[in-house]
Design a protein around this ligand. Sequence first.
Ligand SMILES: [Zn+2]
Length: 147
Amino acid sequence: MKKHKYFELSEFIRSDTAKKKGIDNTPSFEVVEHLEGMVEEILDPLRAAYGMPIHVSSGYRCPALNKAVGGVPTSVHQKGDAADLQVSGSFSKFRDFTVAWLRKTGTRFDQLLIESNKKTGAKWLHIGRFNNAGQQRGLIMVKEVDK
Ligand SMILES: [Zn+2]
């Protein structure tokens, strides 16, 4: 992977679930290219503007891992075209910052999901660069999961 300022490839590959279940989550070259494009065009500039650490809680998921974590079968995490992001500080500040930053900069993306887990109270941003049709729709939506 090219040297990026803030993110390492390993952050997008590692998964406790994969480790626990013995799933090999090694990405293909194509997936690595997708991850690189996402870091270059969205995540590094966002991180630079935000000025504080952003944690990747889920990046690439091979189909077996995607299934194991209950991802939708069409999830673009399987292509390396999405990342789930968390911060240790205020989530609402991070959310508002990211929404404003995407609008202000005109950054191309497919969708930003403001996700929360009703059971655990966890909150994160899912950012997808392309959908499965290769589109960048620029959608921003709130989504609650329960698993
Ligand atoms: Zn996601």
